[in-house]
Design a protein around this ligand. Structure first.
Ligand SMILES: NC(=O)c1ccc[n+]([C@@H]2O[C@H](COP(=O)([O-])OP(=O)(O)OC[C@H]3O[C@@H](n4cnc5c(N)ncnc54)[C@H](OP(=O)(O)O)[C@@H]3O)[C@@H](O)[C@H]2O)c1
Length: 272
């Protein structure tokens, strides 16, 4: 499926929708094959000025685009679908980027037979390092999944998962960047506690995070192996790890991800 064959409309182009637009443009998707919609005129002007993309109303987008990429907040999805759902002509593909919302939420509000693909991406899309999980909803064929992959590959890595795993994906990689930023923030503070200037602490930990991430991705080693290589007997690292275990960091992560998963379910229930 070559770029530009399909016209993609990003419906509700906020933070994530804009990441998608800019990623598609960077990958060579022709600007005349992209549409965007926004709720506020100021936002529409901003998108048009920044990307040269045509910003239209929702119904024009539904009429003109073959692929409708819905990127409104979950709580705004029902109102949007009340507006566009009955007007979606047959043969369009709806790709939902909305956290938590099952594909059935859309199917119930779309004409019978409309294919739906559910995706969960994340903010490193801004630097082409997103992790995007893609699931088939009702009527979605392998070709629809391949088209969704084509749209998200320029933004980073993609993976196909059964839709039943999407709330877990949301908790892990959708919200995941925030956990890493929190860790970097806390470790920078720890560096300051130990007497390092803030900028030095920041630079040390950011490069350490990048190096560790590249090793995790490229070495093929299990994280335990990589950690053991830094953990010498009676050394400094094991003293730190004992404190991390004493303070329940591992248990905190298990509980945190469960909370994120539960919140995704709550948002979906509230959106109904
Ligand atoms: N942010 C993340 O890290 C992340 C990660 C993965 C997935 N997601 C998912 O991506 C979706 C968007 O999140 P976001 O952070 O990008 O939110 P956002 O910045 O608020 O973007 C949503 C945009 O949709 C617009 N909108 C709402 N209703 C509309 C309508 N009926 N017609 C046209 N435009 C409409 C909003 O307009 P206003 O400006 O007027 O509000 C806003 O600009 C959410 O469902 C979220 O779950 C987000």
């Amino acid at each position: 499926m070559s770029p530009g064959v399909h016209t993609v409309a990003v419906i509700g182009a906020g933070k994530i929708g804009e990441l998608m637009l800019s990623g598609l443009l960077r990958s060579g998707w022709p600007v005349d094959r992209l549409l965007a919609t926004a709720r506020r005129p100021a936002r529409a002007e901003e998108l048009a000025a920044r990307y040269g993309v045509r910003v239209v109303d929702n119904l024009t987008a539904v009429h003109e685009a073959e692929v409708l990429a819905v990127s409104v907040k979950p709580q705004d999805a029902a109102a949007l679908l009340d507006e566009i759902g009955p007007k979606v002509p047959s043969g369009k593909l709806l790709v939902s980027l909305c956290a938590g919302l099952p594909s059935s939420f859309f199917s119930r509000r779309l004409p019978e037979g409309t294919p739906v693909v559910r995706v969960m991406t994340n903010t490193p899309a801004l630097v082409d390092q997103a992790m995007t999980a893609i699931s088939a909803g009702a009527y979605a064929t392998g070709e629809h999944l391949a088209l969704a992959e084509e749209m998200f590959k320029p933004l980073g890595a993609t993976i196909r998962v059964p839709e039943t795993q999407q709330d877990a994906v949301t908790a892990l990689s959708g919200s995941g960047p925030a956990y890493f930023y929190l860790l970097v923030e806390a470790m920078t503070d720890a560096g300051i506690l130990l007497g390092l200037p803030r900028q030095v602490a920041h630079d040390l930990i950011v490069q350490t995070a990048i190096g560790s991430a590249v090793m995790l991705r490229d070495s093929g080693e299990h994280p335990v192996k990589l950690r053991e290589a830094v953990t010498s007997p009676a050394g400094t690292t094991i003293s730190a790890i004992r404190e991390l275990e004493n303070h329940g960091v591992r248990a905190a992560l298990l509980a945190a991800l469960e909370a994120a998963r539960d919140r995704a379910r709550e948002l979906a229930a509230q959106a109904e």
